[in-house]
Design a protein around this ligand. Structure first.
Ligand SMILES: NC(=O)c1ccc[n+]([C@@H]2O[C@H](COP(=O)([O-])OP(=O)(O)OC[C@H]3O[C@@H](n4cnc5c(N)ncnc54)[C@H](O)[C@@H]3O)[C@@H](O)[C@H]2O)c1
Length: 257
């Protein structure tokens, strides 16, 4: 990853789902540019591994093992902010995308109601809960930036992701606009990234031939890497994006144009 100085030095970041994939790449990108990072993940081992990597870049790290689908995450984030220091940067990224055993998307008629609620709880309600926990501190400090990781699947009909996932991700773009409008006067910005297909554990579920077909139908002729999303997130979190708020940036190699 390309680094441009230490422009996040002295700033605390909270990254959800930072144990692997896109969240891990964003956490390490922030640390490389000077931020101290709280790594939140439901997997303790994954969170600890990312936190160790943050520390090996010379930054402070904290680990918060929690399920973003539980309301109690609000108090857990508030408690760790008390010990670690208030967060000026938030990346809402933890997400799940349940598939059928052969990697096919779940059709609406195949989706158990409990699974629909779980997907909405993690992929949408969890983003609200983190915003609720972190925004007051940002508003008080009159400085802050948030990136919500949505999905291209939330903006177009998706042949890859099920309706629960696509609907939650569509709502993430709406939540981004609403949050941005509410906190703009406090000097806080909120933006969304809509990734196309990115090579992470989530995409691996579908299998090689499926991903090969996506690669061929992507104008830039490759799948995305976590670093592609991290670069976009670091830009939106940085002061270089100081006049951008409420927007959704598609990062998809041209897929979905
Ligand atoms: N990979 C893609 O093709 C792609 C495309 C568009 C959007 N996205 C979005 O990017 C984000 C990151 O996905 P990824 O591809 O890096 O996936 P990933 O599976 O590699 O990483 C997701 C991380 O979130 C954590 N997590 C899952 N459920 C959680 C919960 N309830 N509470 C806390 N942590 C939880 C996991 O343990 C994991 O570390 C997700 O929001 C996903 O929807 C991914």
């Amino acid at each position: 990853m390309q680094h441009s100085g230490q422009d996040f030095a002295g700033r605390n970041a909270l990254v959800t789902g930072a144990g692997s994939g896109i969240g891990r790449a964003i956490a390490l990108g922030l640390a490389a540019r000077g931020a101290d990072v709280c790594v939140l993940d439901v997997s303790a081992a994954a969170a600890q591994e990312t936190a160790a990597a943050v520390e090996s870049l010379g930054r402070r790290a904290a680990v918060l093992v929690h399920d973003m689908g539980q309301d109690s995450v609000v108090e857990a984030i508030e408690a760790i902010a008390g010990a670690f220091g208030p967060f000026e940067l938030l990346v809402n990224n933890a997400g799940i995308s349940p598939k059928n055993s052969d990697g096919r998307k779940r059709m609406i008629w195949e989706t158990p109601p409990r699974e629909w609620r779980l997907v909405v709880d993690v992929n949408l309600n969890g983003y609200f809960l983190a915003l609720r926990a972190v925004l007051p501190g940002m508003m008080q400090g009159r400085r802050g930036a948030v990136v919500n990781v949505g999905s291209l699947a939330g903006l177009r009909y998706s042949t890859i992701a099920g309706a629960a996932y696509a609907t939650a991700k569509n709502a993430v773009a709406g939540l981004t606009r609403q949050a941005a409008g509410e906190v703009a006067e406090f000097g806080v910005r909120v933006n969304c990234i809509a990734p196309g297909r990115i090579e992470t554990g989530m995409a691996a579920v579908a299998g090689g031939s499926f991903n090969e077909a996506i690669r061929e139908s992507t104008p830039l002729r490759r799948l995305g890497q976590p670093q592609d999303i991290a670069e976009a997130a670091l830009f939106l979190l940085s002061d270089a994006a100081g006049f951008i708020t409420g927007e959704t940036l598609v990062v998809s190699g041209g897929r979905g144009l």
